[in-house]
Design a protein around this ligand. Structure first.
Ligand SMILES: Cc1ncc(C[n+]2csc(CCOP(=O)(O)OP(=O)(O)O)c2C)c(N)n1
Ligand code: SF4
Length: 392
């Protein structure tokens, strides 16, 4: 038999789950004995960033905890798509709390474990941005202030997706949601409101705060491992594109997350005890417009005419992050002088976020934003049908 030796392999990719790397360098996902915390069969939309992020986060956390971990989950897409009674995709000890109290429930779990003398069992809590930055915020701040031994993960898809893409305190300016329509003199979400929870968490001077995206899963895994090696209150804010709510192609989830980082609109950093300790430098800076163009929620900034004023303000927001965190390093590649986009591929057919009621549709669907025939999904504004999966 003729054999061809493998000459090289791509160590920076997940092509083979990094199985060819030394065990200490390989991704948790390459381990056939990993927890498989969020297993197949759940009903997330195709391309759901939250499902991708949660899978990597919890498998990494379980690996770090030696399989001894309790997870508390706020209400939201992650809970709804994973646990339609009597089914569950979770293969970890997992509790559903209500929408606003996951940090408090996790605090109680950690306290109970401590009372039982089971310091070997770790506690993780997770929720969407609505559950975290809005309704759960007081509980979260209390958890930080008491320095409870909990790692809290916020999966930030920048709106209340589960109930129909309503604005949250993490929705960015100008983004269209069901409650910030692209109408009037200032279409989309307003400027100057909302909360930067990673920075608010830092203000509590807790042991560890970090941001990450699903575009860099090794970085995400590493941050989970680092957080799990610490004790006290820790906070991880993960940027997770939502194809349905953002009116984006499901195949663009990772690309959008990468553009968010490379434009500076979502800074990726770590902080310990209130001080930034590391940042992920922008490797190849892109104009924020390249990030915006892939998302139907910003389509009104480009059609029927360009909204130069708002585009300039959004670029200024990215530039402010770049300056604040020092995101441009010596090794950064500058923008092309021609002004040509580094990445192109707006999805003009995805004008409107589809109804979230479709978001746990069978996989035969042509994908969020499209109907079965590949035609644009109906505009949610003109479709008052009830949303089947909504939380009661
Ligand atoms: C007290 C309360 N208010 C409202 C709801 C309805 N509700 C369930 S999930 C949800 C939105 C969740 O949004 P987010 O936390 O951002 O998570 P996502 O679905 O986007 O992942 C809302 C409003 C509820 N379950 N409980
Ligand atoms: S609506 Fe968004 S967050 Fe919810 S399952 Fe679909 S893609 Fe994921």
């Amino acid at each position: 038999m003729t054999t061809t030796p493998v000459r090289f392999y791509q160590v920076g990719s997940f092509a083979v789950g990094n199985r060819l790397l030394a065990p200490e360098l390989a991704s948790v996902q390459s381990d056939p004995d990993r927890a498989n915390a969020l297993t197949s069969g759940h009903r997330a939309c195709q391309g759901c960033g939250e499902a991708l992020g949660a899978r990597y986060v919890l498998d990494a956390a379980m690996a770090a905890a030696g399989g001894r971990m309790v997870t508390v989950n706020a209400t939201g897409c992650l809970e709804v798509f994973s646990t339609p009674y009597p089914e569950s995709s979770w293969r970890v000890p997992w509790l559903h709390s209500v929408f606003g109290n996951a940090p408090a429930v996790a605090t109680g779990v950690a306290a109970a474990l401590r009372a039982l003398g089971r310091d070997d069992i770790r506690t993780v809590a997770q929720g969407g941005d609505g559950g975290t930055v809005d309704i759960g915020f007081a509980c979260l701040s209390g958890m930080f202030e008491r320095n409870d031994d909990v790692l809290y993960i916020c999966y930030d898809n920048q709106a209340y997706m589960n109930t129909g893409v309503q604005r949250s305190g993490a929705t960015p300016p100008a983004a269209r949601t069901a409650t910030t329509q692209a109408v009037g003199p200032h279409p989309g979400n307003v400027f100057g409101q909302g909360k930067d929870v990673p920075r608010i968490a830092m203000a509590h001077e807790i042991p560890y705060v970090a941001t990450a995206t699903v575009a860099d899963l090794r970085d995400l895994e590493a941050k989970v491992a680092k957080a799990m090696a610490m004790h006290g209150a820790r906070y991880l804010h993960v940027f997770v594109p939502c194809p349905l709510g953002w009116g984006a192609a499901s195949s663009h989830t990772v690309r959008i997350a990468r553009l968010a980082t490379e434009s500076g609109i979502f800074p990726v950093f770590e902080a310990e005890h209130g001080e930034v300790t590391s940042v992920r430098k922008i490797r190849r800076q892109v104009p924020v417009e390249e990030y915006l163009r892939l998302q139907g929620r910003y389509a009104h900034l480009f059609r029927p005419t360009r909204n130069e004023e708002v585009l300039t303000r959004l670029q200024a927001a990215a530039d402010r992050n770049i300056a604040r965190y020092g995101l441009l390093g010596d090794d950064a590649v500058p923008e092309p002088a021609s002004g040509e986009p580094v990445l192109v591929g707006a999805a003009p057919h995805l004008e409107h976020p589809a109804r979230p009621s479709d978001h746990h549709a069978p996989s035969t669907s042509a994908g969020p934003g499209l109907d079965l025939h590949g035609n644009p999904a109906p505009d949610p504004r003109s479709d008052p049908a009830p949303r089947a999966h909504e939380e009661a």
